[in-house]
Unconditional design. Structure first.
Lengths: 160, 388
């Protein structure tokens, strides 16, 4: 049940336990217990809402920042990653294989705030060697959802 | 003009669902639960392979029986899912959808006056195809108390010395019924004893929700007397690509290939290339779609339970077939009023044969939110009828 349950709530975290139980063909209590377990084990880390901020009047700028760092003895990349992810404006930090080490997603209200963050906070960290900042111009698809396309039913309305 | 028309074709009635189609098309807020095809688009990697085939200029006829690679993949598929081994060279024919396979399969074996046994409710094309092939259709009215499975007794009763072939449509459209191995073994016993053929239409084989699908062709002694029909439409959401196949004894496939060769030439080339990709790398897509269908199926069954609407639990295809006899209306009346009063279209069971009377085909090839709204409306409708 675990994989199927995660599959459903990954797409719709607002679904209630009663309905989940129906879709999975299980008892409500089983589903509730499994959810509790998944939360305890840290597999379910939160229940988020996917928002297309572009459609609001609220200004948001998102940047992807490639960061090259010197790993530290005994701690590898974990310590520097922690120094970075502790900033609340940092939305995501990934350790990446290839041309650079960390990929940092940053969300701010203006370009200036992002550039301030990069120049004042990120680049000045001891083990940071260099950064490259990319601004997101348009989000087409996020978290598996195509943002600007309403699903259309192209089928004939009644067929045998 | 009428004097020029074929007598035979004039005896065949057009499909009964046209009327609903016309009403729904004009209604703005109508919800249709009347569609017999997946709501999913063809998985992208399969479409991409079709596009690639066009880019590469694969715009010519293929061999009549279909691309060699495709026939080999079909052979692999049946071998790994059913444990049946067909020779891609002589026992597999790629057709324009399962529908063409039904048509030419019957035409390849029927002599005037042969009887074709058709269990109903079932897909609308068996009976017309049998008639056009020159056969006499013999209908078995399947029973709700058997969960619309065919029983050996019913079959035996329908067989005469003129019987040529039994059409076995499972997983079933419109009832959602499936036949398990034990059910099939009993049928196979009669078929072998009476020395007739079987046309097993397994187009929904990938969509079963209780164990894996079992093909009658895999039962001992049946491969040599079964025309197995399947295709890509339902499993891979590829209805518009028009691609199916028939497998069977090489003598029959040889004759079918002749009809196919002269009437069709070959199945669409681009679709064939896409289908190779579907069979090679499509298992995960099928699994995901099956899981989504199964969730919707459970949702509908629960909704019926809550409304107190009688419905046996179907484990195949993407249809449920609730019983509406308690309302004292014909299926057609019920479906018409449901559409006019609640703006939801479902297909009356009678569109699939007389024994569908008292039932409604509801398709769950729709998103959960759509099904939810439709069930709210059905609940409303049912309560009003019961109150009156």
């Amino acid at each position: 049940m675990r994989e199927e349950l995660l599959g459903i709530i990954e797409k719709n975290s607002r679904i209630d336990i009663k309905e989940l139980a129906v879709l999975l063909g299980r008892e409500e209590i089983e589903v509730a217990n499994e959810l509790a377990k998944l939360e305890n084990e840290g597999i379910i880390c939160g229940y988020h809402t996917l928002i297309d901020w572009e459609k609001t009047s609220i200004e948001k700028v998102t940047a992807l920042i490639e960061v090259k760092v010197t790993p530290q003895r005994g701690q590898g990349f974990d310590h520097i990653a922690e120094r970075i992810y502790n900033y609340p404006e940092v939305k995501a930090v990934y350790l990446i294989s290839g041309g650079y080490d960390l990929l940092v997603t940053l969300e701010e209200k203006t370009l200036r705030e992002i550039s301030n963050f990069v120049s004042d906070k990120l680049s000045t960290l001891d083990s940071v060697l260099s950064t490259a900042t990319h601004f997101i111009l348009k989000k087409y698809k996020d978290h598996g959802t195509i943002l600007d396309k309403k699903p259309e039913d192209g089928r004939e309305v009644v067929t045998p | 003009m009428k004097k020029f028309l074929s007598d035979k074709i004039q005896t065949i009635k057009p499909s009964g669902i046209r009327k609903f189609f016309d009403i729904v098309s004009e209604m703005k807020d109508a919800i249709s639960l009347g569609v017999g095809e997946p709501d999913f688009e063809t998985p992208w990697h399969i479409r991409d392979e079709g596009i690639y085939a066009l880019e590469k200029g694969r715009t010519f006829y293929t061999s009549n029986a279909g691309l060699k690679d495709l026939r080999a993949e079909i052979g692999n598929y049946l071998s790994r899912t059913q444990g049946i081994n067909y020779d891609p060279q002589s026992e597999i024919l790629v057709t324009v959808g399962g529908s063409e396979a039904i048509d030419i399969g019957l035409r390849a074996i029927i002599n005037a006056g042969d009887e074709v046994i058709i269990p109903q409710p079932s897909y609308v094309s068996y009976e017309p195809c049998a008639v056009l092939a020159g056969a006499t259709p013999v209908i078995i009215n399947l029973k709700a108390e058997n969960e619309f499975r065919l029983t050996a007794e019913e079959l035996e009763e329908a067989i005469t010395h003129k019987t040529k072939i039994l059409i076995l449509p499972y997983p079933n459209n419109p009832t959602g019924a499936i036949m398990g191995r034990e059910d099939l073994e009993k049928i196979a016993k009669v078929v072998i004893e009476k020395d007739i053929l079987v046309m097993s239409d397994e187009i929904y084989s990938a969509l079963t929700y209780k164990g894996e699908h079992v093909s009658i062709a895999g039962i001992e002694g049946m491969k040599e007397r079964t025309i197995l029909i399947n295709g890509f439409s339902k499993a891979y959401a590829m209805t518009g690509w028009r691609l199916g196949y028939a497998c069977g004894p090489k003598e029959i496939i040889k004759q079918m290939t002749k009809i196919h060769q002269f009437a069709i030439m070959c199945a669409p080339t681009v679709s064939q290339y896409a289908a190779v990709e579907a069979l090679k790398h499509g298992d995960e897509d099928v699994k995901k779609m099956r899981q989504a269908y199964n969730q919707r199926r459970r949702f509908l069954m629960n909704a019926f339970r809550e409304m107190g609407l009688k419905c046996f639990e179907p484990y195949g295809a993407f249809y449920v077939f609730p019983c509406i006899k308690e309302f004292g209306m014909t299926s057609e009346e019920f479906a018409t009023r449901f559409l006019e009063e609640e703006h939801v279209a479902a297909v009356p069971g009678t569109a699939f044969g007389e024994s569908g009377e008292g039932f409604l085909r509801i398709s769950y090839a729709y998103s959960l939110p759509t099904l939810k709204t439709a069930m709210e409306r059905l609940n409303h409708f049912v309560n009003r009828l019961r109150g009156a």
